[in-house]
Design a protein around this ligand. Sequence first.
Ligand code: 5GP
Length: 190
Amino acid sequence: MSEGKLIIFSAPSGSGKTTLVRHLLSVMPDRLQFSISATSRAKRGTEEHGKDYLYLTLEEFKLKIKNGDFLEWEEVYPGTYYGTLKSEVERIWALGKNVIFDIDVQGGLNLKHYFKKQALAVFVMPPSIKILEERLNSRQTDSPESIALRVEKAEKELQTAKLFDCFILNEHLETACKEAERVVGDFLRK
Ligand code: 5GP
């Protein structure tokens, strides 16, 4: 099977990385395909199984860990697991496309470490922790406890931005989208 490239978008929850990834998928549909992660969390809002995530029970998730089915997995929040299945990357490469990931900071660094120059690791930076908290609140999809956890985690994650290949400041969405198109376009042309 011919191998493609990997584009990793990581950021604290609420930084807008999902929006940037969706934008890239809409402007480069022939070159990029989204890696659908597995998760043990419940579906949120309008999310769909097999589109946003593969929703597994905790038992199913743990069985896949045991079987070595994951390229990487993380207990992103206590009791809640997320992971990238090997079969997902193989599926996308078999289509002749490059894989794009929306993944937490530690998972992103793990994938970069594994794939090295074959991967571009992009950190999406929120303008500030305060704005991040406001965005999480206005999303109205998470409980106050979940938001508090995400903010606490974000403070630590911001310190890892320098370990990525590049970062994009997401203050104005339109500017951030253009910047994302530029860095990804340059990497795919190399
Ligand atoms: P959410 O619950 O908001 O969809 O995702 C929570 C966090 O888990 C986000 O930072 C998201 O990017 C991350 N995440 C999603 N899929 C994966 C994955 O496959 N592996 C890891 N390590 N994190 C993931």
